[in-house]
Design a protein around this ligand. Structure first.
Ligand SMILES: Cc1cc2nc3c(=O)[nH]c(=O)nc-3n(C[C@H](O)[C@H](O)[C@H](O)COP(=O)(O)OP(=O)(O)OC[C@H]3O[C@@H](n4cnc5c(N)ncnc54)[C@H](O)[C@@H]3O)c2cc1C
Length: 312
């Protein structure tokens, strides 16, 4: 391969979000030769503030990662502003990662921490408000819209419909002024009874668009012309793991397309780990960081065991 590094890293980490950087910190402090290919923006980049991370609550997402990156490089970890576009396993001790810039990295272990993509409902005005007043997670954003007139949009995919119902039952905890817009999502008699028990109003019919004025969400316009004032809308996004690198390395996936791992993040391919949202769709920033740290420790232990076998 052209432009291939002759030196071999102990660990190459794909993705410089909370999971990847947290693993890098553990590994760099364990005196491993570690490189992080950072990629681009993390999943929560559209949000101005990150919530629910003890001691960092309210911090801008980019600030957390900048602090983390400085800590990693302070211990000698390398950070590359590039993206992995190809990957292969030469031997269980020699992985190759091809970067968009042309360089090929070699490493003895790989951690994939590439996160996931949110597929948003197609509705005029929605994408532009994502992470601002169109949100998905009550633990991330609920407190900020407490007691406000909020809405929840129904989902089309069956898996997402269960999550939409779950969200509908949770949200009255943050605001009693909640309207559920099924927008074509079927609701059983039992669903409606549960919503009623939680005081959730249901407005049947098709939503035509979100109404935005002065850079703020003002409400929802129904297809029949009704205008419903709302200051925030919750939606259920489709969750798609960024699996390309794991797939290129030959990792096994379950029937829903999520990588199969043990609790430490070890995949079906020896020497390849996964951490954060790429393997756990429910991970928050703090739990993604925790999973990265756990994977970092497990990878270090695996390298120690390999060295022990070689020398015994
Ligand atoms: C709008 C919004 C707001 C949110 N707010 C909160 C909140 O307030 N609190 C909270 O706890 N959680 C919040 N979350 C969830 C949070 O974003 C995730 O829990 C967290 O980002 C998961 O961390 P991660 O490291 O697994 O993935 P990410 O943070 O997404 O990092 C993955 C990184 O991998 C990179 N990457 C992808 N492919 C490649 C490749 N081929 N090569 C190299 N790099 C690659 C990506 O560019 C990205 O930088 C929010 C999510 C959204 C969508």
């Amino acid at each position: 391969m052209s432009a291939m590094d002759s030196e071999i890293y102990d660990v190459a980490i794909v993705g410089g979000g909370a999971a990847g950087l947290s693993a890098a910190l553990i590994l760099a402090r364990a005196r491993r030769r570690v490189v992080v290919v950072r990629g681009s923006a993390p999943r929560n980049a559209p949000a101005a503030h990150m919530h629910g991370f003890l001691s960092r609550d309210g911090m801008p997402p980019a600030e957390l990662l900048a602090l983390g990156a400085a800590e990693v490089s302070g211990y000698g970890g390398e950070l590359l502003d590039d993206v992995v576009v190809g990957a292969s396993t030469e031997t269980p001790e020699d992985y190759r990662l091809r970067l968009g810039g042309g360089r090929v990295l070699r490493s003895r272990r790989v951690l994939v921490a590439t996160g996931l993509r949110d597929e948003l409902p197609r509705l005029p005005g929605l994408r532009e408000r994502w992470g601002r007043d169109v949100v998905h997670c009550p633990y991330c954003h609920g407190y900020e819209v407490r007691d406000q007139p909020i809405g929840l949009l129904g989902a089309t995919e069956p898996g997402a419909q269960a999550r939409a119902m779950h969200l509908a039952l949770l949200l009255p905890q943050w605001s009693e002024d909640l309207i559920f817009f099924p927008h074509g999502m079927p609701l059983s008699g039992n669903d409606r009874a549960q919503l009623d028990a939680r005081g959730v109003r249901v407005l049947d019919g098709e939503v035509a668009r979100l109404v935005v004025d002065g850079d703020r969400l003002r409400g929802v316009e129904m297809a029949d012309g009704r205008a419903v004032p709302r200051t925030a809308m919750f939606v259920v996004s489709g969750l798609r793991a960024n699996n390309d690198v794991l797939a290129a390395l030959g990792c096994a996936f379950d029937d829903d397309g999520w990588v199969v791992t043990d609790p430490s993040g070890r995949t079906s391919v020896p020497g390849v780990w996964a951490a954060g949202n790429v393997r756990d769709r429910m991970a928050q920033v703090i739990t993604a960081a925790s999973a990265g740290a756990a994977a970092g420790g497990a990878i270090n232990g695996d390298l120690v065991m390999a060295a022990t076998m070689l020398t015994s």
